[in-house]
Ligand binder design. Structure first.
Ligand SMILES: Cc1cc2nc3c(=O)[nH]c(=O)nc-3n(C[C@H](O)[C@H](O)[C@H](O)COP(=O)(O)O)c2cc1C
Length: 190
């Protein structure tokens, strides 16, 4: 697949087949993710891979409860209330794999570096016939001491990107329209 085709045809996937993803493929995604550029070549990332749908469902319930508990103070979340209250909604969309990218805390560009790694991962996954979706809702649960302790994440790392991976059951056909964007300036300075 041409790079431009991968970039333009990739979609966030929210329905997955009940089919495992081979560990070597997940490994290849991560090995490729880390070819992203990083500020001062810090390469400030670390990874947790979860291949356990039942566990992810439990994490989803925790994340939903946590998000509901801060809903009143967080106006931006209020549009998601019905989703969070829906017992059938799984924030991980029942995907078979979750890759959490952690960035070293207190490094100025860490989240940017990790986001670039995340995009590499998502594009290669797409080229390999896999779907991905970045799950912002997961960040709170992946940053708890309990979760980090269980998965051996050092204290000085924090969640930068949580991405589910799996074989798509359904690929939305039309791209989400891109908004008009301003080019504030282009050309000479005077
Ligand atoms: C930082 C970030 C957080 C996101 N969080 C979620 C999420 O929690 N759940 C979800 O289903 N999609 C999530 N998405 C996916 C976006 O909704 C999606 O990228 C956007 O609607 C554009 O669609 P496309 O990826 O198919 O082009 C997130 C994307 C980003 C970049």
């Amino acid at each position: 697949m041409e790079l431009i085709e991968a970039i333009k045809s990739r979609r966030s996937i929210r329905r997955f087949l009940d089919k495992p993803v081979a560990g070597e493929i997940v490994r290849e995604l991560i090995d490729t993710a880390v070819w992203a550029p990083s500020a001062s070549n810090e390469q400030p990332w670390g990874f947790v891979v979860i291949e356990d749908r039942d566990y992810m469902r439990k994490l989803s319930e925790k994340a939903k409860a946590g998000l509901l508990s801060v809903m009143e103070q967080t106006p931006a979340l209020q549009r998601y209330r019905a989703l969070m209250e829906n017992p059938d909604f799984n924030i991980f969309h029942n995907a078979p794999v979750l890759v959490v990218i952690y960035g070293r805390r207190n490094r100025g560009w860490s989240k940017h570096d990790c986001s670039l790694a995340a995009q590499n991962l998502m594009l290669l996954a797409w080229e390999r016939g896999l779907g991905t979706c970045w799950i912002g809702f997961a960040h709170k649960v992946c940053d708890t001491a309990e979760f980090k302790g269980r998965h051996h994440v050092p204290e000085d790392f924090e969640t930068a990107a949580s991405i589910v991976v799996g074989y798509p059951e359904f690929v939305p056909q039309n791209p989400v329209p891109r908004k008009e964007f301003p080019i504030f300036s282009w050309g000479e300075g005077s």
